[in-house]
Design a protein around this ligand. Structure first.
Ligand SMILES: Nc1ncnc2c1ncn2[C@@H]1O[C@H](COP(=O)(O)OP(=O)(O)O)[C@@H](O)[C@H]1O
Ligand SMILES: [Mg+2]
Length: 263
């Protein structure tokens, strides 16, 4: 990837909802910020935004105010106490579930405005395969697909990768296996990644679209500290005693940073 990219944009997607995109995005942002990266998290789940909830914030303005022209980006940006900045979004706003010309123009201007200030911009994208979801995936330099080992989550990840490959010529995806268990053959992150890669290689028509390469960026175990942290509106590093999954998040953040250098 070109070396002149200012802020590396990573879209966190999954297809299926509830697999851990938001909780992972928020915790990865804190880990990346702790490792001296200037990080912005953009709540790209424009219909059902909830990063502010997870972060214990009650923002006055949202990204939709920028789209409507009633706020400047600096009036919406929240400097969180977790080391990174947030562009919160509103929830229950039906108009932003559809990709409008205005949304595209405002997003492009917003990214140009912000890209000098950050090393990494994470998009916490919504579930499904709607046009706003696909738009944020195509805006990103890297797409991080979150899956759990359940067949439903794998199927939806497969479908998302297929659409992004066949219609948008995306062929490199980072993969994060959530709710993994290294001791269990069906839940081991490496096994899950190999399985998904083999299904993709078998069923995608390589003559019509570029072959797809999945790169496993890490696994996260099921950890009761995660729902507890969500309930407390905190991140894992803030929980006491320190959560087991915190060191997994740090490893994934480190793998992401290494991947930037190598990309
Ligand atoms: N590794 C995990 N262990 C235990 N619970 C988890 C884990 N990852 C996610 N969860 C739970 O799943 C819920 C849904 O996660 P969320 O990040 O909101 O999903 P998404 O953004 O993909 O819809 C969280 O509130 C959290 O309690
Ligand atoms: Mg979410």
């Amino acid at each position: 990837m070109a070396g002149d990219i200012k802020a590396r944009r990573i879209a966190v997607i999954s297809g299926k909802g509830g697999v851990g995109k938001t909780v992972i995005t928020a915790n990865l942002a804190a880990a990346l910020a702790a490792a001296d990266n200037r990080v912005l998290v953009l709540d790209a789940d424009l219909g059902l935004a909830n990063l502010d909830i997870i972060l214990g914030l009650d923002p006055k303005h949202t990204i939709q105010d920028i789209f409507q022209g009633s706020c400047r980006p600096d009036e919406v940006l929240v400097k969180t106490e977790k080391g990174f900045d947030l562009l919160p979004a509103g929830s229950g706003l039906h108009e932003n579930t559809v990709l409008s010309k205005n949304l595209v123009e405002k997003m492009e201007a917003l990214l140009i405005d912000l890209e000098d200030r950050y090393d990494i911009i994470l998009f916490d994208v919504g579930a499904g395969l709607g046009e706003v979801v696909l738009y944020f995936a195509t805006l990103a330099h890297q797409i991080l697909v979150v899956v759990t080992p359940e067949p439903t989550a794998l199927m939806d990840a497969y479908a998302s990768i297929k659409v992004l490959n066949q219609y948008y010529e995306k062929n490199k995806f980072l993969l994060l296996v959530n709710q993994a268990n290294p001791e269990h053959p069906d839940r081991n992150g490496i096994t899950v990644a190999k399985h998904l890669q083999s299904v993709i290689s078998k069923f995608f028509d390589a003559s019509k679209s570029p072959p797809v390469y999945l790169q496993l960026i890490g696994s996260l175990p099921r950890d009761p500290a995660i729902p507890r942290s969500v309930k407390n509106r905190q991140l894992l590093f803030e929980t006491c005693p320190p959560a087991v999954s915190t060191c997994f998040v740090n490893t994934i953040a480190n793998n992401l940073r290494t991947n930037f250098r190598g990309a």
